[in-house]
Design a protein around this ligand. Structure first.
Ligand code: GLU
Length: 445
């Protein structure tokens, strides 16, 4: 493959889509050697084909707020690649969602889902609907309007959405209800469902748990352990919550969480009832973290700042893309941080990642480290197909095994001559192989 030509074409074909270009470029740059060493991929134009989403649906979502005012939002579903299983990936409700966001997330999802070892293709959806401050009735009406259109394009064997930023159990419930009402089918068309109507144990915790299980692999690869490590988390949603729970259980000390308004530094450690309080904060839907410092006065709130200035051993971005930049990376490394496990999707900028690589810091990209969420969605789909439920222990064991296998694959394809594990390369090559080989088997379609 001709890397420069492909990148030039990518930029030309996707004007004003910087996130998609960032995600795709990273993959191209890390798989080029592998692809060139295996001519079959060029013969079947796999790289060119994998860069093009199989289908993009954009639709209008009209809904009425509590005051009778009519709103119009955009809904999206990007069905990126179906080679190894039905399209699978969450839905994001966030004011900044546009086609670029959806495309980059669906692209990442294809590689991530491939890494999980489960039969799931890649997709992503969402809307520029901003849930901040919306009433339950407004959120329900929005979800119903969104699903009224989305249901035309999804199904348990076609495309299985789930949650992401702004979409939790409540929204999945509203969307599931509407799908059921229109189609008259009670099927596993969404994951992240409630436990008494088809959901899986551990699914709420899975992304955070998985990121910590992955971190255990990174630590073990350096003969290190998690005990006593100081951890910076960003965000205060479902992912940060799961990670905080697992850190407490394994003896690591979480000292930060954050919101769009700033970050909290709690030197006493974010444990026990404070982790429960994170869910209460989230439930207010105000999207601010400052009230934590009022409730726990020993903690400090830093308005407008990001948590990466705290002195920690481990950083876990758990919020949104590009939330950790070059400047943040320099501060983290200068403060002695040795491990970065990305629980958000594309949480670090390219410049930050390059800096970690240069300084030989262990850095795991989201598509490897946060795959536990979608992997457990895959386990939910399996349980739905079998029409039975596994115990908490069974799901947790499977999740651990999946995260271990992802780590092993990263080591297999990402270890460099000096022994440094380039997790970005490892994840991209390993994720690519399975999808690419399936595409070759299935012919030119
Ligand atoms: N939104 C999550 C992710 O980025 C989970 C997707 C899913 O469970 O389908 O992987």
């Amino acid at each position: 493959m001709d890397l420069h030509k492909l990148i030039a074409e990518l930029e030309e074909k996707n004007p004003a889509q910087p996130l998609y270009i960032q995600a795709a470029k990273e993959v191209l740059e890390t798989i080029v050697d592998f692809v060139n060493a295996n001519p079959k991929y060029d013969k079947y134009a796999i790289v060119e084909r994998i860069l093009e989403p199989e289908r993009i649906v954009q639709f209008k979502v009209t809904w009425v707020d509590d005051n009778g005012k009519i709103h119009v939002n955009r809904g999206f579903r990007v069905q990126h690649n179906m080679a190894i299983g039905p399209y699978k990936g969450g839905c994001r409700f966030h004011k900044n969602v546009n086609q670029d966001t959806m495309k980059f997330l669906a692209f990442e999802q294809t590689f991530k889902n491939s890494l999980t070892t489960l039969p799931m293709g890649g997709g992503k959806g969402g809307s520029d609907f901003d849930p901040t401050g919306k009433s339950e009735g407004e959120v329900m009406r929005f979800c119903q309007a969104f699903m009224t259109e989305l249901q035309k394009y999804i199904g348990p064997e076609t495309d299985v959405p789930a949650g992401d930023i702004g979409v939790g159990a409540r929204e999945v419930g509203f969307m599931f209800g509407q799908y059921k009402r229109i189609r008259n089918e009670h099927v596993g068309v969404l994951t992240g469902k409630g436990l008494n109507w088809g959901g899986s144990l551990i699914r709420p915790e899975a992304t955070g748990f998985g990121a910590i299980y992955f971190l255990l692999g990174m630590l073990a690869a350096k003969g290190d352990s998690i005990k006593g490590k100081r951890v910076a988390l960003s965000g205060f949603g479902n992912v940060a919550w799961g990670a905080a729970l697992k850190c407490e259980e394994l003896g690591a000390k979480v000292v930060t969480i954050s919101g769009p308004d700033g970050y909290i530094l709690d030197e006493d450690g974010i444990t026990g009832d404070k982790i429960v309080y994170m869910t209460e904060l989230l439930a207010t839907r105000n999207n601010v973290v400052a009230p934590y410092a009022t409730k726990y006065p020993n903690a400090k709130f830093f308005p407008g700042k990001r948590p990466w200035e705290a002195k920690v051993d481990v950083a876990l971005p758990c919020a949104i893309q590009n939330e950790l930049n070059f400047e943040d990376a320099k501060i983290l490394v200068a403060n002695g941080c040795k491990y970065i496990s990305e629980a958000s999707n594309m949480g670090c900028t390219t410049e930050a990642i390059n800096y970690f690589h240069e300084k030989k810091i262990a850095y795991a990209p989201g598509k490897a480290a946060n795959a536990g969420g979608v992997a457990t969605s895959g386990l939910e789909m399996t349980q739905n197909s079998m029409k039975l439920s596994w115990t908490r222990e069974e799901v947790d064991e499977k999740l651990k095994a999946i995260m271990n296998s992802i780590h092993e694959n990263c080591v297999k394809y990402g270890t460099e001559k000096d022994g440094y594990i380039n997790y970005v390369k490892g994840a991209n090559v390993a994720g690519f192989i399975k999808v690419a080989d399936a595409m070759i088997d299935q012919g030119v379609i």
